[in-house]
Design a protein. Structure first.
Length: 265
């Protein structure tokens, strides 16, 4: 008798579990796998609901090739709606926001891969852009006195961060390789490059460094190989005229085929 009762109880639990799964699936609508990876794992999934013969997308999910969720969120009248969540490939949270009242999203939270926060819920969003596949590509926050813009790789790793004032570049601008190492660092004053400029190799070593003044190269510019060894230098005057050219072994010619001799002393 006890075995029969246990069997009946297990059957009820299984039926209840199936009802929960089906109900959860139906709440998002009819599932359609839009695209797959080469390993046959789903990449992009849409959920639809049909009313009066009209099919409308109500939910969307994107996955990484390893099967982890990349982002998900709802749609209403073909617009993003409600809370959306975005994730890095290892499952860590990249971003979250609420599209209920604003197509730019409210209460944005955006993080770097190392969990450093870039955008908080109190930041005012000025502009956003998405990749064609749906992931966040750019977000700009701030006010007319100071705005910060962040651009991302499709993996959501930080690609670039810049400072603006009155929609004009002002302050530090940095770009990054997808492995997290810095690619370049420079500074702007009223839209023109001003102060130090440094370009890096992907391994983190310095490739080029020098100074700008009102968009002109000035002073000594140094060049390095990836192993850190010196690879030449250039020298410029205060008005940006070249005083000493870097000897690269290349020759330059004018339109008549005459070699252009550049001072290399």
């Amino acid at each position: 008798m006890k075995i029969k009762n246990l069997s009946t109880l297990l059957s009820k639990i299984i039926v209840l579990f199936l009802i929960i799964i089906i109900g959860s699936s139906c709440s998002k609508g009819d599932k359609e796998i839009v695209s797959y990876y080469e390993n046959q794992k789903p990449k992009l999934i849409y959920y639809y609901k049909t009313e009066n013969g009209i099919k409308a997308k109500v939910f969307e999910q994107m996955y990484y090739e390893n099967g982890k969720l990349k982002y998900e969120g709802a749609f209403k009248n073909n617009n993003k709606s409600g809370k959306w969540k975005f994730f890095f490939e290892d499952g860590k949270k990249f971003a979250a926001c609420d599209f209920t009242k604003n197509q730019n999203g409210d209460n944005w939270q955006v993080y770097k891969f190392d969990n450093t926060i870039l955008v908080t819920e109190i930041d005012k969003v000025k502009n956003i852009a998405f990749f064609s596949e749906g992931g966040l590509a750019l977000i700009r926050v701030g006010d007319k006195n100071l705005e910060k813009e962040y651009k991302f790789f499709p993996s959501f790793k930080l690609m670039e961060e810049r400072n603006y004032k009155g929609n004009i570049l002002n302050g530090q601008a940095s770009s990054y390789y997808e492995n997290g190492n810095i690619n370049s660092m420079n500074f702007f004053k009223d839209g023109m490059q001003d102060s130090i400029f440094v370009l890096y190799f992907e391994n983190g070593s310095t490739q080029v460094k020098g100074l700008y003044k009102m968009d002109n190269k000035i002073g000594k510019w140094e060049f390095f190989k990836e192993d850190g060894s010196v690879d030449g230098e250039e020298v410029y005057s205060e008005d940006g005229s070249i005083i000493k050219a870097r000897d690269t072994g290349m020759k330059y010619y004018d339109k008549n085929g005459k070699e252009i001799i550049i001072n290399k002393i």
